[in-house]
Design a protein around this ligand. Structure first.
Ligand code: GLP
Length: 246
């Protein structure tokens, strides 16, 4: 594991965007694994800025996203498809047909999970997977559980996750209680994982994930097994680590 300790969110975003841009410059057809949430928003803005400055083109890139809420259509501003369009895809030259998310409007979970797994398999391996981390240690929407799941599955979102994500909705009762999520398989098989963590409310769970036992109760702990994990975390998120840990 490589740890890049930075001072704040903006520096985290800058370092992350530099790594993404370098990856795309090296391999034009990069398969990007993309995440939602507040954490990668700054990175996405800087990825777009790098293209505007003429440093990079995403025209040949492909992308697969981690997850999508069940029941939310792409036009719904709270859907992850809408988020990705708004925060990244509308501002870069990636081709719309090369961007993929689970289809939240498909109520047939067996069919949708099989479709997304087949799609990800056909594109894999992910060259660079961007990850944030939930307050309970979830990655994508792999919630704390008694086992890890490899493939795409439909999850029941825990109360803590619904609380945390409520800020993207008008009312708490509008937050869907289920979502499709990629499983741990493609994440572990990614050539490189970039875990971004910012803020003191993530400090305890980041420490547990990286130094505690590998357990599905702390889903992010599985990243300890990844052969090419880079963590970019700010001082607040690293406050539970003793000086000189890395
Ligand atoms: C959501 C997403 C995760 C993300 C998490 C953290 O639940 N499904 O992929 O990592 O939120 O969000 P934030 O970055 O806003 O803390």
């Amino acid at each position: 594991m490589k740890m890049i300790a930075v001072s704040n969110y903006d520096e985290m975003s800058r370092r992350a965007a530099e790594l993404v841009v370098a990856q795309v410059q090296k391999k034009a057809t990069t398969l990007l694994g993309l995440a939602t949430g507040g954490t990668p928003v700054g990175t996405y803005a800087l990825m777009a800025e790098a293209q505007r400055r003429g440093e990079v083109t995403y025209a040949q890139c492909r992308s697969v996203n981690l997850d999508e809420y069940l029941g939310l259509a792409p036009e719904n501003p709270a859907s992850y498809r809408y988020f990705m369009q708004d925060k990244l895809f509308n501002h870069i030259d990636i081709l719309p047909e090369n961007t993929h998310l689970p289809n939240g409007t498909n109520q047939d979970a067996v069919a949708e999970c099989a479709r997304y797994d087949a799609l990800v398999d056909s594109l894999a391996p992910i060259d660079l997977q961007i990850l944030g981390m939930g307050h309970n240690g979830h990655i994508a929407f792999n919630e704390p559980d008694d086992h890890f799941v490899a493939g795409t599955h439909l999850v029941d979102l825990g109360a803590a996750t619904i609380d945390a994500n409520q800020r993207f909705f008008d009312r708490r009762e509008d937050v869907p209680c289920q979502a499709y999520t990629m499983g741990m398989g493609p994440i572990l098989q990614a050539e490189q994982v970039l875990l971004l963590v910012s803020g003191d409310e993530k400090a305890e769970i980041l420490h547990q994930s990286l130094t505690g036992p590998i357990t599905p109760q702390v889903p992010g702990s599985i990243l300890q097994l990844h052969r090419n994990l880079t963590v970019i975390a700010d001082a607040a998120a690293l406050s539970k680590f003793s000086v000189g840990s890395f």
